[in-house]
Design a protein around this ligand. Structure first.
Ligand code: 1HE
Length: 271
């Protein structure tokens, strides 16, 4: 498909439905199709993939935000009619590839959720590492009502977040969860007031950017894999990852700093 591109501040060519802003080590990627409630058409999904596959080296954290009152109304339904069966499989696999670039990319990704976080929008949110919901956020999987199935990884990621039983209810009955329930059942990590999501995300992103890169790497690459394997392999993977992290220069200097500060506190308490 032909994608209309415009130059963005990361140097990557992105479609008009995406905007990028840099704030130091943090890059903000915004879904910018509010007139269509940030519905995800192919150029937008491919653009998200292009953005994450060409992140500049000095970006340490990404915040995924949205223009307008809604995070995303999911799959652009006008593209549904164009697919036959094989195209449908390939289309879903394309979403999987792009969302894997988010989940298993180089940097932690935080999402700011508001208004509709439905269908593919919820699948996109689930591929990020930390979700901050504003009180307007609501979650639904209207695929059941539309005669389709999820195709952007929800069977794996959303079921892992809230359990397959809750996900089945959402799909079979069209149940909608509001932001409070979404927080209680584990869709979001943080719940904030209206229009406070970006500020909270930037505050958290600043903390994450200050972590040792090896720790951020271990958390997004090793932790989810360890959580999936059986405990015997998991413990071994954890021990190996811990040794790699401990051996890094950042860990050595951070340990030295905290050892010196502990000694100082001890001396002061004795004085
Ligand atoms: C869209 C889409 C869309 C809005 N694709 N165009 N997703 C859904 O089933 C959700 C469909 N959307 C809605 O239920 C509602 O739009 C909302 C509840 C999200 C928002 O309602 P509202 O009243 O604010 O907006 P609206 O008037 O419904 O829509 C405004 C415009 O956005 C309108 O276009 P217009 O040209 O008539 O102004 C809508 O057509 C357009 N729009 N949502 C295309 N989704 C990998 S598989 C994933 C499978 C799924 O994601 S299934 C879930 C699809």
């Amino acid at each position: 498909m032909q994608v209309t591109m415009s130059a963005q501040s990361t140097g990557t060519k992105l479609p008009k439905s995406l905007q990028v802003e840099r704030r130091g080590e943090i890059a903000i990627l915004r879904l910018a199709r509010p007139e269509k409630r940030n519905a995800l058409n192919d150029p937008t999904v491919l653009g998200i993939g292009a953005f994450f596959s060409s992140l500049p080296d000095d970006v340490k954290v990404v915040v995924l935000d949205a223009v307008g009152d809604n995070f995303s109304a999911g799959l652009d339904l006008s593209e549904l009619a164009e697919c036959d069966t094989v195209e449908g499989v390939l289309h879903s696999m394309m979403w999987h590839r792009v969302f894997e670039q988010i989940e298993f990319g180089r940097v932690p990704v935080l999402a700011v959720l508001k208004g509709a976080v439905v269908g593919g929008g919820l699948e996109l949110a689930a591929a990020t590492h930390i979700r901050i919901a504003e009180r307007s956020a609501y979650y639904a999987l209207p695929e059941g009502q539309r005669g389709i199935f999820v195709g952007g990884g929800a069977s794996v990621r959303v079921s892992r977040l809230i359990g397959a039983a809750r996900m089945a209810d959402m799909m079979l009955t069209g149940r909608v969860y509001d932001a409070e329930v979404g927080q209680a059942i584990g869709i979001s990590h943080y719940l904030v007031g209206g229009a406070e999501g970006l500020a909270k995300a930037l505050e958290l992103a600043g903390k994450i950017a200050a972590n040792a890169p090896i720790t951020n790497f271990a958390v997004i690459q090793a932790l989810p894999r360890i959580a999936e394997v059986n405990p015997r392999e998991g413990f071994m993977m954890e021990a190996l990852m811990a040794a790699v992290a401990q051996g890094s220069d950042e860990a050595k200097s951070a340990c030295a700093r905290s050892w010196k500060s502990a000694q100082r506190k001890l001396r002061n308490s004795r004085a």
